[in-house]
Design a protein around this ligand. Sequence first.
Ligand code: PGA
Length: 271
Amino acid sequence: MDIIVRENYEEMSEYAAGVIGRFVRNKPYCVLGLATGSTPIGTYRRLIKMHREGLDFSKVVAFNLDEYIGVGINLDVPYEVDQSYARFMHEELFSHINVKKENIHIPDGLTKDPAGFCSWYEEEIKRAGGIDLQLVGIGGDGHWGFNEPGSSLASRTSIQALSPQTLSDNYESFYKKAGVERDKMPHFAITMGIGTILDSKNILMIASGVNKADVVAKCIEGPVTSQITSSAIQLYAGGVTVALDKAAASKLQNLQHYIHIERLKEEYGMG
Ligand code: PGA
């Protein structure tokens, strides 16, 4: 696991965008797994800038981690009203880069057959050749996607009920600003499973801010447990990079060791 610590959110975002940008440049036909939330916004802004400077997304295939059940993209209403993750991706990234519409996959929150959709989504990922690089944030409850505490670490794309903490975090970050009453926000979601995420060939996890410090430490250094579903990162066999700002890294016991490893890798040209 490469744990990269940067001074602040901006530098962490710069680093994460650099990883994704290099990946797309080296493998134009890559399959990217993408995430929503407040954390990736800075990364996406930098990817948009890189696209304006020539980075080509025309051959990229994208799969998003998750979507609320009961919402779907509606570009006819303002952002504040449509809180779908499809809308978020459109506003924050897709409409600013040249990824082809037919190559974008986001779980359909309005499907009449959520269980059937979940199986189809898994098949689509396989048909695309699997995810080459999956970007993930980490929830306050330790989740990846909407794999809430108690979800199996082998889970596939499925329907999940949002935990009280996720409801509260997402209400504060998104729904409150939109003027939506708390009990009106969606309580269920379709999410890639932890098993689905672990099948990706590479994982890039990002986290920022002191509010994430405890859960980041649990994820990376605590026991592997379904109570912190992102702790499955410790069982992951592919290439994994964790990009943190100083605040999110502040509760890591072995922080100095991780910083030392990064310096050594730079010194020996292994970064
Ligand atoms: P956040 O969400 O980026 O808004 O903190 C992360 C997540 O829930 O995965």
